[in-house]
Design a binder for this molecule. Structure first.
Ligand code: GLY
Length: 572
């Protein structure tokens, strides 16, 4: 494995940091009794993720001498065990990292359409599109990318892979105590688990799951051991591949041995741009996230949003209209750039973006039909998970990974213990037919064998003075880029604390449906003022679960975990 070191920031930290006011006293992890920490200030490294046992795993790896990439890999593997809604082996994701020597990397381990997939595979003889098949069960799964992605990332780590995977194996083999959120989610899933599985997985239970129950996942532990012992072949070949193919046969899925064996994670050039003294590093296609954030930040341009104030009527309206326009471009132009020529330079050109804002009128809403025509619908869904990590050398990692819907296709690979994704629904299964997030698309994101479906995942690193300043990301489907956009604007423009940027109510507009979604707690006065201007509103319980690490002026790390779930921030 390639070893990376970063001496510049080490020196900076040693000479400019003071002992932190709050320290993490965890020595080892107790999976049967653990607590949640929402914020920490640290000087040697920090990890934020959706589950305390995963964040604590990452912290232990940092303390063991691992770098941020090692910690991120171990955290991700732990999430595959303790957070089965979205942490995964059977899904995919993206990693954006800034290595301490200045290298910027983007690893694409997005799922891929199977070789037997076809453009109209979810459309019946009468022309009807079947989202039930793209969203649940065996036909919904793309070829998983997570394991390939982990090994592509491991080249930038320091510790042997066995050390990174062992905590996940222990958590699966010996079990861990589930929290109330998990118990509730599993209880809500029982009918679907029975419907979409031919072999009952460990998640099926005759009496209700409750907080404090221990979840042991022996099949998953064995899969992780095969990966530990055989590397990627422990997943894409041999016994695990056999179990996946058997599962496909039982459920009429189409993933083949060749699909598995041919899957490759891709090292991509990150999508970067400058904004007011910061360099923003994001994910390129097949994620729309990096380009959307670029478009949205640049559409703010010189409109002096800072003077409008956080969540003022003017600022919310401006950002809403920007989000609307960016998402209209997403539907038309974005898809896997290996298959479709995405006009990235054109749609991020500053003249083009100012032109896009020419019909912005602060006195009223711009109807989406004026910008582009389309079909309206939206379903709400919880999925995907993000983790942010930094180490004392200044290695910074942002990973967003997903099964798509919560628990993906709801199908667990019999004997292998992990959920398969339902990522095929992120393709445009028929032009104009909305996916589960209400997003529509056309040929840019049509299904083709081997193609990767368009994503909204937006793992993002911001540099200031050429050093890591922010590591940001969130789950939330199409709300991901808008939540990251708002977090960046809150911190860079409104000078808000990371805590406020994470916790304050968020809002979301995605062109279609032509609705401004707001979280509970969004200011009523702003809502009423915008309603008078013609905006239609919909209230949602929550938008995203944003995990932020901010490097403070003195060099310490402020890690903030979202309070919308069991998310946890650790550091030392
Ligand atoms: N599956 C959600 C996304 O990739 O955007």
């Amino acid at each position: 494995m390639k070893r990376r070191t970063g001496l510049i920031l080490v020196a900076f930290l040693i000479f400019s940091c003071h002992p932190s006011g709050k320290s993490n006293s965890s020595a080892g992890i107790n999976p049967y009794q653990y607590s949640i920490q929402k914020k920490t200030i640290a000087e040697n490294g920090a990890v934020v993720s959706a589950h305390p046992l995963a964040s604590k795993t990452g912290l232990e790896i940092l303390k063991m001498g691992g770098n941020a990439i090692d910690a991120a890999i171990a955290t991700q593997l732990a999430l595959a065990v303790v957070y089965p809604q979205a942490g995964n082996l059977g899904g995919g994701g993206f990693m954006v990292a800034r290595i301490s020597d200045g290298e910027e990397i983007a690893i694409d381990y997005r799922e891929m359409a199977p070789g037997r997939a076809s453009r109209d595979m979810y459309i019946d003889w009468a022309g009807m599109a079947h989202t039930d098949k793209s969203q649940d069960g065996h036909l919904a799964s793309g070829v998983p990318g997570t394991v390939a992605g982990i090994f592509a990332a491991a080249k930038y780590g320091k510790l042997p892979f066995e050390k990174l995977v062992q905590p996940a194996i222990d958590l699966a083999e010996k079990g861990f105590v589930i929290r109330q959120h998990e118990a509730r989610a599993l209880n809500g899933l029982q009918d679907e688990l029975k419907k979409f599985n031919t072999i009952a997985p460990v998640f099926v239970k005759n009496s209700p799951w409750k907080e404090g129950d221990t979840l042991v996942q022996t099949d998953l532990a064995n899969t992780l051991k095969r990966i530990r012992d055989q590397g990627p072949a422990g997943f894409y070949e041999g016994e695990t591949a056999r179990l996946i193919i058997e599962e496909m046969k039982r459920g009429n899925g189409i993933i083949t041995y060749d699909d598995l064996k041919n899957y490759k994670a891709k090292l991509r050039t990150p999508h970067t741009f400058n904004y007011k003294g910061c360099k923003i590093i994001g994910m390129p296609m097949p994620s729309s996230g990096g380009v959307l954030v670029h478009q949205m930040m640049k559409m703010i341009g010189d409109r002096n949003i800072a003077s409008m104030g956080f969540e003022s009527e003017q600022a919310v309206q401006l950002m809403t209209e920007i989000e609307r326009r960016a998402f209209a471009d997403r539907a038309e132009y974005m898809g896997d750039a290996d298959y479709y020529k995405v006009p990235v330079d054109m749609i991020t050109n500053e003249v083009y973006l100012q032109e896009r804002m020419k019909n912005y009128d602060p006195s009223k809403a711009t109807p989406s039909s004026v910008i582009k025509p389309g079909v309206l619908l939206r379903a709400e869904s919880k999925e995907t998970t993000h983790l942010s990590v930094i180490d004392k050398d200044g290695n910074a990692v942002a990973i967003t990974t997903t099964l798509n819907n919560s628990y993906g296709s709801k199908t667990v690979v019999g004997g292998a213990g992990f959920f398969l994704n339902d990522e095929m629904d992120d393709f445009s299964i028929k032009p104009g037919v909305p996916n589960m997030y209400g997003a529509i698309g056309g040929s840019a994101n049509a299904i083709a064998p081997g193609k990767r479906m368009l994503s909204s995942m937006t793992p993002t690193i911001v540099l200031k003075d050429n050093k890591p300043f922010l590591i940001v990301g969130t789950p939330g489907g199409t709300t991901i880029p808008t939540s990251v956009f708002q977090t960046l604007v809150d911190i860079i423009e409104f000078n808000m604390t990371a805590e406020d940027a994470v916790y304050k109510p968020k809002f979301h507009h995605q062109w279609l449906p032509d609705t401004l979604e707001v979280e509970k707690g969004f200011p009523t006065a702003v809502r009423e003022a915008l309603q008078k201007k013609g905006y239609a509103f919909k209230e949602r319980n929550s938008i995203g679960r944003t995990e932020v690490i901010k490097v403070l002026a003195g060099g310490k790390f402020e890690a903030v975990a979202d309070n919308r779930g069991d998310d946890d921030a650790e550091g030392w």
